[in-house]
Design a protein around this ligand. Structure first.
Ligand SMILES: [Mn+2]
Length: 547
């Protein structure tokens, strides 16, 4: 079972750091298969912090919905393309399969061999009784299948369309019978009737199968050698020898080449319909041409070996793609509660504090575990980033107390770390407008309207005016493409503790914004720094007035 600890889409510092910190806590509590994940790219500030405290970025997940490889059978029983079908059907029956995937020596899947096709070959319809006498096989394959002994062999590996003829008739009848078939492909099946054996060698036929483990006269063998006629002794009676000889054809000759296969990463839901309507008994799973597993209809019933722990969010719109298809087993968050109902009770730790990193630190305490030095470092970064180093109105005495504690463990000064973080890679300077507006963008659906609120933090806004119009244009295209009522971006000056709000959207809605409009579609929100505690409640108030 894989447990992914993951933050929201467009991850911010707190999302990344709390995921790393909490995944480590779960591992220290003895949980196996726990990975920290992220639902989007990191940014320069996050990269700086990861590097500063020696962490790799969490694993990226574009989509966590169940994939074919999550439930497919991995230890696949296959048939080699050259395997005689008699052995293939034995394998199939032993395992109670309806058939086998057939692979070549490079493990490429060349086709499917169904038990149905094998039985049709072994018991052909009466109309094709001539075909029933013919087998595409080498003499060596025939020998191996009947478990025979080669008394003299010539050209044993050559594959021919062999014609099986049973010498159960008088020699004059046999003469007429042999006149109708190609001698070079004829395999005569006979007991200890030396005159028939001799007659066949004189023809000469391709091979003689002596049944019933009977002795062969030395002079007959000498004649066979001289004529180049293969002589194989079968331990079985005639009826069994013929039946087994028909099973000597290779799997390759009976396979279905036209089959449906899937890539390991294919989402299960995407193949449901195809699988349901297909008569195929199994679906090969192929990676770069090689068979890596098989998918069966019953795999839809298997539990998905993957679950989620959400950090720093709980709303559906902010979750990683595919989250609705797998269980959420825990949530650690400090946002409003708007999570979809769960099927089972879960650990839901939602505290009105300044960051999820704060909650992760508390979770370590509750578990009675010491916070590792490097984990204390990243949790500080998450806490400082979300609370603007405790200056945001979202910061609580709990955050202050936890930050002091984390500083003690990591030996890092919070003020120094804060300055380091906010002076790295100013989004206004380093990012293109279309990336800037997505950096920390959250999407909401409220009172029948969808909208987005993004935020960037800067040490100062000296770079802002020169880029304001480009950013507004990007915001306008984004809002139009998503069909939102409005999209806003909060540009926060961390040092001055104030923000500008840029907005695009429905004109009647934007008119209701009663902060001073200092430039077109740009409002000064003096003293406002928190999206969650200040901007979102303000916007929801406007929405309520509008409707
Ligand atoms: Mn947060």
């Amino acid at each position: 079972m894989q447990t992914i600890v993951i933050g929201h889409k467009n991850p911010d510092m707190d999302s990344i750091c709390s995921a790393l910190g909490y995944a480590e806590l779960k591992r220290r509590q003895g949980h196996a298969g726990v990975v920290a994940g992220r639902a989007g790219n990191t940014n320069e500030r996050v990269d700086f912090v990861l590097d500063r405290f020696g962490f790799e970025a969490p694993t990226f997940f574009a989509d966590v919905s169940p994939r074919v490889e999550d439930v497919m059978a991995k230890d696949v029983i296959t048939a080699d393309a050259e395997l005689p079908i008699y052995q293939a059907i034995t394998k199939t029956i032993e395992r109670k399969f309806r058939g086998l995937p057939v692979v070549d020596s490079q493990r490429h899947c060349v086709g499917l061999l169904s038990a149905f096709e094998i039985s049709r070959h072994l018991l052909p319809p009466i109309e094709s009784k001539n075909a029933a006498r013919e087998v595409d096989a080498s003499l060596e394959a025939v020998r191996a299948t009947i478990n025979g002994e080669c008394l003299f062999g010539s050209d044993l590996e050559r594959v021919d369309r062999l014609i099986l003829v049973i010498a159960a008739m008088h020699i004059s009848t046999l003469t007429r019978r042999l006149a109708t078939v190609d001698m070079n492909r004829t395999v005569l099946i006979v007991g200890d009737r030396w005159n028939v054996q001799e007659f066949a060698i004189e023809k000469p036929v391709r091979a003689i199968l002596i049944t019933g483990n009977l002795e062969v006269e030395p002079r007959i063998l000498q004649k066979a050698q001289a004529a180049g006629v293969t002589v194989i002794r079968s331990p079985h009676d005639t009826a069994t020898t013929v039946l087994l000889a028909r099973g000597a054809v290779s799997a390759r000759s009976l396979i279905e080449h036209d089959f449906l296969s899937f890539a390991p990463e294919t989402p299960i839901l995407a193949v449901k319909e195809e699988v349901a309507t297909s008569s195929q008994f199994v679906f090969p799973v192929v990676d770069e041409g090689k068979l890596v597993g098989v998918f069966s209809k019953s795999d839809f019933l298997k539990p998905i070996p993957r679950q989620l722990i959400l950090v720093d969010h709980n709303e559906r719109t902010q979750m990683v793609n595919g989250a609705e298809d797998i269980p959420v087993i825990e949530i650690l968050d400090h946002h409003r509660v708007a999570t979809p109902p769960t099927e089972a009770p879960i650990l839901f730790m939602n505290l009105p504090v300044g960051s999820t990193s704060t909650i992760v630190a508390i979770a370590y305490r509750q578990a009675g575990l010491n916070i590792p030095v490097n984990v204390a470092g990243i949790l500080m970064a998450g806490l400082i980033s979300d609370t603007l180093n405790l200056t945001s109105p979202t910061a609580t005495p709990t955050d202050a107390e936890v930050l002091r504690d984390l500083a003690k463990i990591s030996g890092v000064n919070p003020t120094t770390l804060s300055q380091e973080i906010f002076s790295v890679g100013s989004p206004l300077v380093t990012l293109k407008p279309e990336d800037l507006i997505l950096l920390d963008c959250k999407e909401y659906t409220e009172l029948g309207h969808s909208f987005s609120v993004a935020q960037v933090e800067e040490m100062n806004l000296s770079q802002f005016e020169a880029r304001r119009e480009d950013i507004l244009a990007a915001l306008g295209s984004f809002r139009a493409a998503r069909g939102y009522l409005f999209s806003v971006l909060l540009v926060t000056d961390v040092n001055a503790q104030t923000s500008l709000l840029l907005g695009q959207g429905d004109a009647r809605f934007l008119e209701m914004i009663d902060y001073p409009e200092v430039a077109p579609l740009t409002w000064e929100m003096e003293g406002v720094v928190s999206r969650k505690k200040q901007v979102l409640p303000f916007l929801l108030g406007l929405l309520r007035r509008k409707s």
